[in-house]
Design a protein around this ligand. Structure first.
Ligand SMILES: [Zn+2]
Ligand SMILES: [Zn+2]
Length: 536
């Protein structure tokens, strides 16, 4: 019985852990690496065809995004997740496949022009569909036998709709051990979904540490709703639009929840029935999934709203656009309105189109509702750029720019400590993952020195024997070598000759109209040059 850490080890993305027991292999999460890559991930170690099943904590792509690749490479087993996670994965994995395919197409067009090598997408739509057809929805709190010697239970961890920590019981040679995977631990007081639920006991715990070295500044829902209402009132009073760049899944539904409350409590006056456009097919599909969820996915406040007969995230003036034609129509509606579109950091998606139409006019408000990474268009606007380039057009930034502080999806250090301290008896060993190098190491140190846990932050490739509790293999982090794009001399010389040939062609093209005998002479000179090069 072994546990091997593969992904999100001293890193935040690419979650993946392998359980091996009695010849069976179970993967817990198989996510894509996104953004900064610090350490090299160990290979999967087992052929995908030798994996028996996958347990998935939640739908975020850094936990689920490589599952289609397993099917592409021969895996045929089941993916167990909560029902809501399965529903979200049905849209997110297809979206991810579309991105993989279009990224590869873009690379290949570039390669064709430069004579470079073509690439294959990581996986395609059929692979994603194969994965989707193998999703198996579990209810929160229900124990399920997934293999002869393994049973699991999903408990709400309050990070995203459907998110769970997974309790895994394994029996080998008459000995039973229990491992709990925290998944991404949510924050308390997040709108719509539950707070993280405690787990009572475990022999081993694998816990995330995204904010293991930090605490959040807290804002209450009530303050957020009031601030949003103020922004809407001011902007509508001057006849402007509120444009909100937002992530399609999670944050968009939270904003709808706040707006629904603003409308129900008439917190904006003089603009009854103001329209709210959600211009993102993915966001609209996700909203549909939120609307179909069973009540156990929601927190007490949301359940109370539902019981009053009010839909918490849907209202009469909500307009959804699916086609790009519907999207374009939004800018013909001159009434002050809210436009919500992806992507959250304005790097792609329909938001760019709305920014183009709204940024130049000082009546409008661009309202950021999430963190903007350095270098993104969102960050550039947020930092006060006077002009930005969108679709190759220079646009003046004259609209007001605002920020609606959000509640992070992740527990901070105190939240993580609260969850791990809710175990009645200290687990034999706590493994810390899913945090950058500093956060993971410092959280493990805090667990050891201040809370008396046996805690350890393993690097990728480290394995533990779960019967003895001893390490089987201990690895050190292998830093990812920074790719220095240094052209070799051969490449430079080649590029020089190509440039010379292009200059020659340009000169030849400029000879149009010269006497025929001159043109004939040039042609034979070029032919003899070509023969010389060919036979060199
Ligand atoms: Zn997550
Ligand atoms: Zn995560």
């Amino acid at each position: 019985m072994e546990l091997t850490f593969l992904g999100a080890a001293h890193e935040v993305t690419g979650s993946c852990t392998l359980i091996s027991t009695g010849g069976k292999n179970i993967l817990v999460d198989f996510g894509l690496e996104q953004g900064k890559d610090t350490f090299v991930n160990a290979d999967l170690m087992v052929e995908p065809s030798k994996i028996d099943c996958v347990l998935l904590t939640h739908a975020h792509i850094d936990h689920s995004g490589k599952i289609p690749l397993l099917y592409k490479n021969g895996f045929t087993g089941t993916v167990y997740a909560t029902e809501a996670t399965c529903a979200l994965c049905r849209i997110m994995l297809l979206d991810s496949a579309n991105i993989q395919v279009s990224d590869a197409e873009w690379e290949n067009r570039k390669a064709l022009r430069s004579g470079g090598e073509t690439v294959e997408p990581l996986y395609n739509i059929e692979d994603a569909q194969e994965a989707i057809s193998h999703l198996w929805g579990c209810k929160y709190g229900e124990e399920r036998q997934i293999l002869e010697n393994v049973r699991v239970r999903f408990t709400d961890i309050g990070h995203l709709l459907g998110s769970a920590c997974i309790e895994v019981w394994i029996t080998e040679n008459g000995v039973e051990k229990k491992i709990v995977f925290s998944g991404d631990v949510g924050n308390t007081n997040k709108p719509i979904i539950n707070d993280p639920q405690p787990v009572k006991e475990a022999d081993y715990v694998v816990i995330e540490s995204t904010y293991g070295d930090r605490t959040h500044e807290y804002s209450k829902d009530a303050d957020t709703v009031e601030l949003l209402a103020e922004y809407l009132q001011e902007t509508f009073d001057r006849g402007g639009n509120v444009v909100i760049p937002s992530f399609a899944i999670g944050r968009t539904q939270e904003i709808l929840y706040f707006i629904s409350q603003i409308k129900n409590e008439k917190m904006v006056s003089g603009h009854d029935g103001f329209p709210v456009y959600v211009d993102s097919p993915l966001a609209n599909e996700a909203t549909g999934i939120f609307l179909q969820c069973t009540e156990d996915c929601f927190d007490e406040e949301t359940r109370a709203v539902i019981q009053q007969g009010i839909n918490p995230i849907y209202f009469d003036d909500l307009r959804v656009s699916v086609t790009s034609e519907e999207s374009k129509q939004i800018n013909f509606d001159t009434t002050p309105k809210v436009i919500i579109a992806a992507s959250g950091m304005c790097e792609g998606g329909r938001i760019r189109h709305h920014l183009k139409h709204n940024l130049w006019d000082k009546k409008n408000l661009i309202l950021f509702v999430g963190y903007q990474s350095a270098g993104t268009l969102g960050r550039i606007i947020y930092d006060g750029a006077k002009k930005v380039k969108i679709f190759n057009e220079e646009i003046n930034v004259r609209a007001q720019v605002g920020l609606l502080p959000g509640i992070s999806g992740h527990a901070d250090k105190n939240g993580l400590l609260k969850w791990i301290n809710s175990f009645e008896k200290k687990p034999d060993q706590v493994f810390v993952n899913h945090g950058d190098d500093i956060a993971a190491s410092s959280f493990a140190e805090c667990l050891r020195s201040e809370h008396g846990f046996n805690a350890f932050a393993p690097f990728s490739g480290t394995s533990f024997d779960l019967i003895t509790g001893e390490p089987v293999k201990l690895t050190q982090g292998i830093p990812v070598e920074k790719k220095v794009v240094k052209k070799d001399k051969g490449q430079l010389a080649y590029e020089r000759v190509i440039a010379a040939a292009e200059r020659l062609l340009a000169t030849v093209k400029s000879c149009k109209g010269r006497p025929n005998k001159d043109l004939a002479r040039y042609a034979s000179q070029i032919d003899s040059l070509r023969d010389r090069i060919k036979n060199d």
